[in-house]
Design a protein around this ligand. Structure first.
Ligand code: NAD
Ligand code: UDP
Length: 338
């Protein structure tokens, strides 16, 4: 298939381009580099030994999308482009509704006009809010607690409405748990701007000596060791899940929702210990107050994806940590030094 990947230079998008190319598909990328670096795509091209056509610009631009659909015979779109920082979404909700919701609406309208019917959307486990129990299945109640999460829920709803109205439309909604790790080559990985919000890139920067210690947000949760529990999934497993979803569901209209997680709960302290062991670097930490809005535990039931897509995560926690460390230690300043 010929796939348009929006946000293809970003963390998950760049890994997914590789998974798609390795699975025999061709890709076209649109990205405005608002949260990524052109070097990421150059490295994708090096790893895959192929060129990746790039359109630099805003995915919310109808004219740009029309140009892409007229210049390429696109079979489906994977839509990663968007803004993803929860705290920023509280401060700048209009930015989040424009970049995540309005741009997605323009994309769906342009797809319809171009006769492209398959859309894979990056949703998030954040749409489950504080789950009443774990593991979380796709039919659990949804409800977001911040503008970022609400923007994801609104796009999910828009896609489901479109699938009702347009009997050809194929809405594939993937709710990611916690993507971590990097490509096995160590050439591409997560490269956050400024101080990382997320656990894994923060630990990686402590291990490489860029930050002195990790603050662990809360040691008194009702979990096995008091720290928060999440479902960390290797970004390459996640990327392969996208290829599987496209291959299995292309040409099957309707709305399809899947959790993409491992089904295993890992605590913050589990992750710190694994990183210290694999990197053979000390990870100094201090337990501080809980972070507002955090839930105690969040992990997926991965059964639906396994049954319908024939996909499950295969990489271990050590694979996640070792690949993160390979990327971080060989690119201590991310793509910026390239
Ligand atoms: P990322 O920021 O690394 O990638 C997003 C890419 O989209 C970047 O390359 C950015 O430059 C680009 N972009 C942003 N706005 C754009 C616009 N208007 N036009 C064109 N390009 C634009 O983020 P990521 O971690 O790869 O996440 C990808 C998607 O997955 C996002 O939609 C995010 O909300 C979702 N998601 C991420 C996580 C996570 O933990 N990383 C978890 C759940 C869901
Ligand atoms: N966390 C932490 N210190 C940090 C960043 C995160 O203790 O500097 C914890 C956080 O409280 C949560 C887990 O690590 O329990 C995963 O947080 P992350 O922000 O990576 O993902 P999310 O909150 O989206 O699940």
């Amino acid at each position: 298939m010929h796939i348009l990947v929006t946000g293809g230079a970003g963390y998950i998008g760049s890994h997914t381009c590789i998974a798609l190319i390795e699975a025999g598909h061709t890709v076209v990328v649109v990205d405005d580099f608002s949260n990524s670096h052109p070097e990421a795509l150059k490295r994708v091209e090096t790893i895959c030994e192929t060129s990746v056509p790039l359109y630099q610009g805003d995915v919310g631009s109808r004219a740009l999308l029309e140009q892409i659909f007229s210049e390429h015979n696109i079979d489906g779109v994977i839509h990663f482009a968007g803004s993803k920082a929860v705290g920023e979404s509280v401060e700048k909700p209009m930015l989040y509704y424009r970049n995540n919701v309005t741009a997605s609406q323009v994309l769906i309208e342009t797809m319809q006009h171009a006769g492209v019917h398959t859309l894979v959307f990056s949703s998030s486990a954040t749409v489950y809010g504080d789950p009443h129990s774990v593991p979380i299945a796709e039919d659990f109640p949804v409800g977001a607690t911040n503008p970022y999460g609400r923007s994801k829920l609104v796009v999910e709803q828009i896609m489901q409405d479109q699938a009702v109205a347009n009997s050809a439309f194929n809405a594939i909604i993937l709710r990611y748990f916690n993507p971590v790790g990097a490509h096995a080559s160590g050439k591409i990985g997560e490269d956050p701007n400024g101080i990382p919000n997320n656990l894994m890139p923060f630990i990686a920067q402590v291990a490489v000596g860029k930050r002195s210690e990790l603050s662990i947000f809360g040691g008194d949760y009702p979990t096995k060791d008091g720290t928060g529990v999440r479902d960390y999934i290797h970004v390459c497993d996640l990327a392969e899940g996208h290829a599987k979803a496209l291959e299995t569901l292309h040409g099957k209209p309707g709305a399809h929702i899947f959790n993409l997680g491992t089904g295993a709960g890992v605590s913050v302290l589990d992750m710190v210990k694994a990183y210290a062991r694999v990197s053979q670097r000390p990870i100094p930490y201090q337990i501080v107050a809980r972070r507002p809005g955090d839930v105690a535990q969040c992990y997926a039931s991965p059964d639906h994806a396994k049954t319908v897509l024939g996909w499950q995560a295969v990489r271990s926690l050590d694979d996640m940590v070792a690949s993160s460390w390979r990327w971080q230690s060989s690119n201590p300043h991310g793509y910026r030094e390239a």
